[in-house]
Design a protein. Sequence first.
Length: 384
Amino acid sequence: MTVSPLFPEFVDFVRQIFSTEDSIPLHAPRFEGNETKYVADALQSTFVSSVGQYVNEFEKKISEFTGTNYVIATNNGTAALHTALLLAGVQSGDEVITQPLTFVATCNAIRYCGAEPVFVDVERATLGLSPEAIAVFLEEHAEVRSDGLCWNRQSNRIIRAVVPVHNLGLPARAVEIGEICAGYNVSLIEDAAESLGSCRDGIHTGRAGCMGTLSFNGNKIITTGGGGAVITDDETIANKAKHLTTTARQRHPWLFLHDEVGFNYRLPNLNAALGCAQIEQLPDYIERKRRLANRYRKWFADKEPELVLEPQGARSNYWLNAILLKDREERDSFLKYTNERGVMTRPIWTPMHTLPMYQNCQTGDVTIAENVESRLVNIPSSVI
């Protein structure tokens, strides 16, 4: 293993930032407010499952923070994305365009619908789906037929939706992607799982399309333990989302009536209580994470690795800070050195089109995604 002089310098710098000689995680949750109080109150109420005041309150707080009209809280982010895809009409045999550089849950949710992901490249500036690459792919492969639907000429399948991902909290150019989608009658659903608190041109991520989805997993900027949400400005979609995620149960004083196949996807009240305490601290968390990113920016300013920074016109929550090393060999050496010394670092996800269950999916030119994956390392990013 080749050890650059940068490696020990970096370990020392991170230990200085986090003021510890103990193991430093990549991203640990913080519980500095009313978490114990609200969770205890939820326990005392006996409403610990999917009905309770904290679920409604948490949805209201997310709505106010993101500026969206409706929020439907779910038990995890994957469930939220699965629900959004179903509400967009994605069904067995359809295709959904997304990016190869994402967490596997994005593609899994597409497959839950019986649909096939199609992979188009990201752009370096945002690590999100490239509007230019989308435009080229659709021009080369897609056509709107007499039924008003967008068809892939190569596979003869309906392209029902496009799912850009706001990777690491960096806002993708979702508005531009949405404009392209509109020309082909394709729905835009944003995977904003990592980007709570991130905006582009003053608009919160997840709001450019018909729906966006969030995650409140234990490693996110705020957590409900496990949890997610569908966000939308469309009342009809919101009502359908709440119905579908509540086992499609119809209102009745005592009978159990269900009018379609639904899902037990609602966020439990106990988790929502935790979330209510967490979101009270979210503005402070974002500022503290941005200060950390600025410390990294100053430290890396005169060094060879490139720190991944928010793109122009965007404001990132800096969920995970990341650097780009020279090549895969240097990346792997850095990962080995830092993790062996108790400083947790991680590569970005293995590209989806190389995984066994997705390697036969249609894939465009994904040169940028492959290059980024071979060089990118996420570095400690907890709120401090």
